[in-house]
Write a protein that binds this ligand. Structure first.
Ligand SMILES: [Zn+2]
Length: 265
């Protein structure tokens, strides 16, 4: 079953429950020029800041929020996750405001902030705990996945007394097992972490297709999240050049889609 819906609008949404908005933007519907065409949400890729601002403004307006409510993480391919509050609102929202440093995961109890991050192949992991009024967003590329950003998030939720059965996970568009070839070094990191369950398929000598969706799903299930609560979109960013930026496919020179999650007031 999937609750990931591709709308006519330029976004996908994860329809987990009423009162929680979780969207993943495509590259459509913005104002940026090539190679950031058109809806790039990152200030850090060489795009015009004015274009990025307009793109972000449009997305936030479409989910009935304001840029001043946005909280963004620096995204350093590690595993640090933190609780954020309205006190953090605006972090990373504009070119002049730095994102929260050293973090690849954000959690909040507040309906006055919108959690946001940029993606172009790395896995966006959306978290919703409707019963406890909590939402979260994680950035899990291969490093974050193997370093356990998902584990850090679940630990913080457990410390808060949250029942693991109430946690819902949405794994959004990212590079799929069809396109994500890695070398022996990366494969070995996954074998060290996951043993024989590491989702690797050999392609040629010293190279493997890695399934980051499955790696994250398995680790979340192992942590105690019910498999039925994990919803994978199965959109591959590298396969769909008309819909998504892809760091791998575009050789690093490309824009970023945005993952955004918030609770309605
Ligand atoms: Zn693919």
């Amino acid at each position: 079953m999937t609750r990931w819906i591709r709308h006519k609008s330029p976004y996908l949404s994860w329809q987990v429950t009423e009162g929680i908005q979780a969207i993943f933007t495509t590259r459509q519907g913005g104002v940026s020029f090539s190679p950031f065409d058109t809806l790039n949400i990152s200030f850090n890729v060489g795009d015009l800041p004015s274009a990025v601002m307009e793109n972000r403004r449009r997305v936030l307006a479409d989910i009935d929020h304001d840029l001043s409510q946005l909280v963004m993480a620096e995204q350093v391919h590690h595993n640090q996750v933190a609780w954020v509050s309205p006190h953090d609102a605006g972090a990373g929202a504009m070119a002049s405001r730095t994102a929260l440093p050293g973090l690849d995961g954000l959690l909040t109890h507040s309906d006055r902030v919108v959690l946001g991050m940029g993606f172009a192949d790395c896995v966006p992991i959306f978290i919703a705990v409707p019963q406890d009024h909590v939402v979260g967003l994680l950035h899990a590329g291969w490093r974050g996945t193997v370093r356990g950003v998902q584990r850090q998030a679940i630990e913080l939720l457990k410390e808060e007394g949250i029942d693991l059965h109430q946690i819902h996970i949405g794994i959004g568009p990212s590079i799929g097992p069809c396109c994500y070839e890695v070398d022996e070094r990366v494969a070995n990191e996954f074998r060290a972490q996951m043993g024989g369950d590491a989702p690797l398929v050999a392609t040629r000598v010293g190279h493997y297709l890695l399934d980051l969706w499955e790696a994250n799903r398995q680790q979340l299930v192992e942590l105690g999240i019910p498999d039925a609560n994990i919803d994978i979109s199965r959109w591959c960013t590298a396969c769909h050049g008309d819909q998504f930026f892809s760091y791998r496919r575009d050789h690093g020179r490309t824009g970023r889609m945005g993952g955004f999650i918030c609770m309605s007031k």
